[in-house]
Design a protein around this ligand. Structure first.
Ligand code: KG4
Ligand code: ZN
Length: 345
């Protein structure tokens, strides 16, 4: 019986470790966030990410065991992100998971990072409880730095991809705009903060494919149009109108994302929606989604910010459910920069 899993997430820049039980309850999640190490380069540097994981991972595992007063005899399995992600970064987590699984004779499972995001809304802790179950059908929008996809989810591991972005991910669109405006890295959260003081109608940005009548999305046109817009403004205007620019740009992304969710809810007559992934931390998206859900009589589930962005708890729950179903991986498990065929069918 798999009741408690130790999870490791090292697919990108943050190192994260969690202990999750069979109900999705997060005993604890500890992470080392290293944005400052990457900031001078304006983006994530893979070598720096790998090196940081090697520094932080084992101390984080010791820390979580100490803080929860658990020992390896309490742990029934190990879950580790093995795809998609930066290869060097994934390898650090994977090698560590394999070693621990051998030393302590625990079953191990490799988890798709995106499946982690899909189960994140169903984690729970002392402050957060989901308002519907992972086994209930829902429309899930997973929006992160590398991915933007809309799914019809009929149960755990039963996913149908309805649509994705043709080019940039929504998070990438936020990050690139932040870079154009010189707001630094990571950009999404800074655009979000500045937007709070801005007028979302001040500038008109395109909503590509919003009315395409399918679930495909595109954000590269928005990015190019923003570049043209910024090039046409004086340095003073750019500086003094930063908040208006951010709010208007953010509104265009939120409009597109919510229009696709609305279309899916209507087509599939599905009264439940999850938003997940780093961009679901966006305060304007959360606010607009709440209003829309109320009006549309839809049950909306958006995890707290710490489960929206990358974290090991979501990997732990996805891994635990797979271990419970009898799945196991051996020492031959490798990392993959992409999802594998069959991951989301
Ligand atoms: O899920 P995540 O932590 O990592 C990936 O799997 O990519 O998502 C990171 C993305 C970044 O693009 C970041 O700018 C964006 O999520 N993000 C936000 C906010 N917080 C994080 N975007 C908009 N508003 C936010 N508050
Ligand atoms: Zn992620």
């Amino acid at each position: 019986m798999i009741k408690l899993v130790l999870a490791i997430e090292t697919s990108c820049d943050d190192t994260s470790v969690a202990l999750v039980d069979q109900t999705g309850y997060v005993l604890r999640v500890v992470s080392a966030t290293v944005d400052l190490d990457h900031e001078p380069y304006g983006g994530i540097v893979p070598e720096i990410a790998s090196r940081n994981h090697t520094l932080h991972l084992l101390p984080l595992i010791d820390k979580i065991l100490n803080e929860t007063h658990k020992t390896w005899s309490d742990i029934d399995g190990i879950a580790v992100t093995n795809r998609p992600g930066l290869i060097g970064a994934l390898i650090v987590g994977l090698v560590t998971a394999k070693s621990l699984s051998q030393i302590y004779q625990k079953p191990m499972i490799g988890v798709n990072h995106l499946e982690g995001h899909l189960v994140a809304p169903f984690l729970s802790d002392d402050k957060y409880k989901p308002n519907f179950k992972i086994s209930e059908t829902c429309i899930t929008l997973a929006i992160s730095g590398g991915h933007t996809s809309l799914y019809y989810v009929s149960d755990f591991a039963k996913y149908k991809v309805l649509g994705t972005t043709r080019d940039d991910a929504a998070g990438e669109a936020f990050d690139k705009f932040a870079k154009m405006l010189g707001l630094g890295f990571p950009g999404g959260v800074r655009v979000d903060q500045l937007s709070k003081h801005g007028n979302a109608n001040a500038y008109n940005f395109p909503r590509s494919m919003m009315n395409s009548d399918d679930y495909m999305m595109s954000f590269s046109g928005l990015k190019s149009s923003a570049q043209r817009m910024l090039d046409s403004l004086s340095a003073e205007e750019k500086e003094s109108k930063k908040s208006d620019l951010c709010a208007s740009y953010q509104e265009a992304i939120v409009d597109v994302l919510l229009s696709k969710v609305d279309l899916a809810v209507k087509e599939f007559k599905c009264p439940r929606v999850c938003l997940t992934g780093g961009v679901s931390a966006n305060s304007r998206l959360r606010e607009r989604a709440e209003l829309w859900a109320l009006k549309s009589k839809v049950q909306l589930l958006i995890p707290p910010l710490k489960y929206c962005t990358d974290n090991a708890a979501m990997i732990g729950y996805a891994g635990l459910l797979r271990l419970q179903a009898g799945e196991r991986h051996g020492l031959d498990l490798g990392p993959s920069p992409q999802s594998l065929e069959g991951d989301f069918q």
